[in-house]
Structures are given as structure tokens and as C-alpha cells.
Design a protein around this ligand. Sequence first.
Ligand SMILES: Nc1nc2c(c(=O)[nH]1)N[C@@H](CN(C=O)c1ccc(C(=O)N[C@@H](CCC(=O)O)C(=O)O)cc1)CN2
Length: 281
Amino acid sequence: MSARILDGKALAARRRAALATRVAALQFRPGLCVVRVGDDPASGVYVRNKDRAAREAGFSSETLQLPENTTEAELLAVVKRLNGDASVDGILVQLPLPGHIRTEAVLDAIDPAKDVDGFHPVNQGALMLNRPGLVPCTPRGVMLLLEEAGVSPKGARAVVVGRSTIVGRPVSTLLLNADATVTTAHSRTRDLAAECRRAEILVAAVGRAGIIRGDWIAPGATVIDVGINRGADGKLVGDVAYAEALPHAGAITPVPGGVGPMTIACLLENTLEAALARRAG
Ligand SMILES: Nc1nc2c(c(=O)[nH]1)N[C@@H](CN(C=O)c1ccc(C(=O)N[C@@H](CCC(=O)O)C(=O)O)cc1)CN2
């Protein structure tokens, strides 16, 4: 049997349309500001897509494009200004930043109430404590895809491959908060294949094309592929060897068209949440 394909593009489109309806009924326009430093081409695509999606949903959206040689102090000054700008509800600094800028210093400078990426330690801490806060967008998208697939994490054995602070760790925490039994695997995991084979829910967030092989997937498992890698032929591929995985998995997200579009839908949802929370005082 072939796996059911979990269509993130369609789910994201539905959520963005629902969001636009909610925004149209508001007395104000939520404001998003995305800051891009340098010329990373992939970041350019993502930032343009965020801006377009935000405008389509009825937000006011601004992109600040700063040159590659922007200093850390200059970027911190921009963040500080946006923190104090009442028209801005959400601030996002596109990653990766040029190597001479300390990412942590910049993320820590964003007002947690405007941190629509959910990367600030206050929001990451809230997530760890299972308290309200802004949740990182890609991890939030992973949970929504599971919900859409009708897959409950409660009591399930979940394996997350990858321990980055922007995806792996928060996904593990969200799954734990949803009562899954979670293993976080990583580059030092002794027998990665064996860990993956135990998973009823397998989330791949490594950033290496096709590292998760088909025979690492338990029969009927739900596979969420967060990886977005460019193959030698220029095409986008995930961390999961997709064709190999199809006969094993019960459900699987494609790349492209799976988790990626959910990241942007969740960014808009976080921005609306931040806007409403700020106005509620
Ligand atoms: N500040 C942040 N920086 C980065 C984040 C983030 O969440 N916050 N995540 C990634 C990049 N990213 C958003 O910024 C992102 C990546 C991919 C997609 C997406 O929709 N991908 C499509 C394919 C798009 C293409 O053709 O290239 C898909 O998977 O279908 C959206 C957002 C790193 N930086």
C-alpha cells in the first residue's frame, strides 16, 4: 500500500483564507516587519513569500533589506526601533544571518510580545513549561499537519530526528506537551535506523537530503519531513527518501508542498495572535 500524502500547501491555503476572513472583520490591520540582512537567495524567496502572504491576508507588511556588511550594533538598533514602533505587531529577522552577527544576540533583542518566530528565550521557555506564548512557526505547522491527518500524539511513540532550537527541540516539546512519548535523535545517536523504526510518528528535521531511508520507517507510521534541501539537479528534496518511504509509511508529507507552506501560514497566525494580545494589554 502507498502512503497517504499530507498536503501542506492545501492546508496552509485554507488556514490563510480563514485568517484573511478574521482580519477583514478587525478594526485595525496587524503589522508584520521582516528584516533580511544580505543576499542569501533562498532567504530572498522566503521573505518575498512572507510579504505576499501577509498582504493577501490583509496585514500591513514591510520588509527591511539591509546590506551584507550591516554590523551587529546596527541590526540591534533596527530591532530596538521596531520594538518601540506601535504599528508593528510582529518582528521577524530572517535566518541565517551573516557570520559576523551573533544570531542569539539579535533574537534575544526582539520584544517577546512581538517575537512571531517564537525564537526568543521567553517564548521557548514558555513552550518548555507548557505555558501560553508564541510558538515557532515550523513546529506549529508540524502539529497542525498531524491534527489534519487525524493522528493523535497522545500516548504515541514519536521520534524527532534533529535537535535545532528552531525546529527539532520545539517539535519534541510540542509532542511531549501533547502527551507523546518522545525521543529526540541527532547526529550522535548510536543507531539512528533502529530509533526511527520504533516511531509511530517520525519527524525528520536534519537538513540532509534523503538521510531517512524507506526501511527505517515502521509500517503505517506517520512521517513529517521538515527538510528542504536542494538536490544536485536543483530540485527540492526532503530529509526522507520519499519514493522509498511511500510503501512503508501510512501518511507522509511531500517536499515541496508539505511543511514549508505551513511555516508561512503559522507566521501569519502568530502575527494575528501577537496583535490581539498587545491590544488586549
Ligand atoms: N526567521 C526565520 N528564518 C528561517 C525560518 C523561520 O521559520 N524563521 N525557516 C526557514 C526558511 N523559511 C522561512 O523563513 C521557509 C522555508 C521554506 C518555505 C516553503 O514554503 N517552502 C516550499 C518550497 C519553496 C521553494 O520553492 O523554495 C515548500 O516546502 O513547499 C517557507 C518558509 C529558514 N529561515
